[in-house]
Design a protein. Structure first.
Length: 279
């Protein structure tokens, strides 16, 4: 047991070594978790739960450097080819496929697609504007706006007929569609076998919610990839693909605005530099 006031940079360094040797975490993940821990101590100091010197001392521990530590490296999030996305769409539930298409068109973050509601969209002009109620930079006082053009409008219209504060993309609705399709494809006569709805688990591990989370959205895509026998890709990669195309066609500033980045340096990470343009 270590008391809070006794937890210093040496103890944090020892904990970090355990993250490498015992948990086998990647370098970037470890740096992120160590930063989180330091912020926790900083919060505790603001509440006078620990001495203010503790978070200051912990912050002196430098982050792990690439090639200078034993922690493994993981590849960063890159683009996903449109051909791969197109091949995956037929295996996705209809609602998840719509989410994928909308994210590819708008460059939205996965959670911004998951949280979409009719009441969040201003449809008064030719180009609709989606203002998420919650977003990544909300706590910094930033406003996030997402433009939805003709293709996105056509895609969204079937999902805007529900009550204005309900989520457009519902796992419950998707599950109902799946069961309905399975029932229609049934070859066993209704007088034989299980009757519809009688073979459901009474206490399933997961229940369909009213909206997708970034996790359930990602898992739906991964299941489709597994069924097709192709490499898994994630919703975050769609954002990279969209940002890269926008940058190539309209420039870095346009990509920055669409992605909602305050700094163009952040957009550089998302929008991969086009080799053909460089050539």
């Amino acid at each position: 047991t270590t008391f809070l006031d006794e937890f210093g940079p040496v103890a944090l360094d020892a904990l970090r070594e355990q993250m490498i040797s015992e948990l086998d975490w990647s370098r970037m993940h470890i740096n992120k978790q160590v930063g989180r821990l330091i912020r926790m101590f900083k919060w505790a100091a603001s509440k006078e739960l620990v001495d203010a010197k503790i978070p200051t001392a912990l912050a002196t521990l430098a982050g792990l450097k690439k090639g200078r530590c034993q922690a493994k490296e993981t590849p960063g999030v890159g683009c996903v080819a449109d051909a791969t996305v197109k091949a995956t769409l037929p295996k996705l539930p209809t609602i998840v496929a719509a989410m994928v298409k909308l994210q590819r068109l708008t460059g939205a973050r996965p959670n911004e697609v998951c949280n979409l509601r009719p009441c969040d969209i201003d449809r008064s002009a030719d180009i609709w504007v989606y203002t998420p109620a919650e977003h990544k930079t909300e706590h910094h006082g930033k406003t996030r706006v997402i433009a939805i053009g003709p293709k996105g409008k056509k895609l969204l219209k079937p999902y805007l007929t529900r009550p204005s504060e309900e989520y457009c993309f519902s796992p419950q609705e998707s599950e109902a569609q799946r069961r309905s399709a399975a029932s229609q494809a049934r070859t066993t006569p209704l007088s034989c076998g299980n009757r519809p709805g009688t073979n459901r688990k009474s206490s399933p591990k997961r229940k369909a919610n009213t909206r997708y989370t970034t996790g359930s959205y990602r898992r739906a895509i991964h299941r489709a990839c597994e069924a097709l026998g192709i490499a898994k890709w994630s919703p975050n990669q769609l954002r990279h693909t969209s940002a890269t195309e926008i940058r190539r066609r309209f420039g870095l500033e346009a990509a920055q605005v669409v992605c909602g980045h305050e700094s163009a340096e952040v957009t550089q990470i998302y929008a991969e530099r086009d080799l053909e343009l460089a050539k």
